[in-house]
Design a protein around this ligand. Structure first.
Ligand code: IDC
Length: 316
């Protein structure tokens, strides 16, 4: 009888683990080896979740209820996008409090959190490098070596910016800053041309441990040619993280392109690549996961989800 009960419990716990997205309590401290993101037990870890829109505009969708709902819907990752320009950290450093509040809530819900230094119109990460140093010193002073926290140091370098001349030296500097208090953290580094230039990064990789390279795609704009680049980068041993992708075109609108998105997700599943979808907000644009007017306190049913949100929430 006792044996029967024990095996029943075992079966039950295995079923639960098979269906729930693995949180930080299961995967533990992540590390990178052989081009893959691995859990503390050495098995591949796969993170699926949402990116916020700019936290300076849409922090209401990181309320306690919202983050809990996201977790209950199956996500194990929240990326907190803090723009540097456009009313973000550079002109309003106080916005970091909104970042920390969102990260705290992700941790409280057994999720991983990405802290994203969201450069965009300020295309070169070197432009605001000193501010980045200060911000990541603040973030690591708060989170230390917390295994749930992942640092993304430059969302999307673009324009006349090169990997070896600009991004790599910036990354070497920021890695050294972050590693002072968070020596074992995963650090995601953006790549040239809005984080599509994974080929340049793979050809001249950083030597620090636990580094991943960002590949960003929008299903209506980027197709097989970019998957080929990801594959080639992986073949060179580079670990890829899709820290932002959308079902829309690259401007955040249009579509949604769900067939193309399915092709992408099939590829990411096959490669066991982690992802965060743009974006958890109710803005009137097709990449937004929530319908305009959705409740900031969460509890969303399918009718609160946009066509993009329904698709993405179904893939966690
Ligand atoms: C877009 C937002 C849009 C906003 C615009 C400029 O969806 O509402 O007006 O930024 O701030 C990215 C960027 C991400 C973009 C997104 C869609 O990382 O900030 O968000 N995108 O254009 N890279 C490729 C696409």
């Amino acid at each position: 009888m006792v044996r029967f009960i024990i095996s029943l419990l075992l079966l039950l716990s295995m079923t639960i683990t098979a269906f729930a997205a693995q949180g930080q309590s299961v995967y533990g401290r992540l590390h990178v080896a052989n081009g893959h993101l691995l859990a503390s037990n050495g098995q591949v870890a796969v993170l699926h979740g949402m990116s916020t829109h700019g936290i300076q505009w849409f922090s209401q969708f990181t309320s306690e209820g919202a983050v809990k709902t996201l977790r209950n819907r199956g996500a194990n990752l929240l990326r907190v996008a803090m723009y540097t320009a456009e009313g973000g950290y550079i002109s309003n450093p106080g916005v970091q409090d909104k970042v920390f509040q969102a990260v705290d809530r992700a941790i409280a819900n057994d999720m991983y959190a990405i802290i994203d230094w969201h450069i965009l119109s300020d295309s070169n990460p070197r432009t605001n490098e000193q501010q980045a140093v200060t911000f990541f010193q603040n973030a690591t002073a708060r989170y230390g070596n917390n295994p749930a926290v992942i640092y993304e140091i430059c969302n999307e370098p673009n324009g006349n910016v090169t990997w070896s001349g600009d991004i790599k030296p910036y990354a070497e500097h920021l890695i050294q800053v972050i590693r002072q208090k968070a020596p074992d953290s995963i650090i995601i580094v953006g790549t040239p041309t809005w984080s599509q230039g994974v080929d340049s990064a793979a050809a001249d990789q950083l030597t620090a441990a636990n580094i991943m390279y960002a590949c960003h795609f929008y299903a209506g704009t980027h197709g097989q040619w970019l998957r080929d680049k990801v594959q080639a980068a992986e073949n060179k041993g580079a670990a890829i993280f899709v820290s932002e992708w959308g079902t829309s075109a690259a401007d955040g609108n249009g579509g949604v392109f769900l067939d193309a998105a399915t092709q992408w997700l099939n590829f990411l599943d096959q490669e066991q690549i982690s992802w965060a979808n743009w974006s958890l907000c109710d803005k009137n644009e097709s990449s937004a996961a929530l319908n305009p007017g959705a409740n900031p306190n969460g509890g969303w049913s399918d009718s609160d989800l946009s066509p993009s949100g329904k698709f993405v929430f179904g893939k966690f």
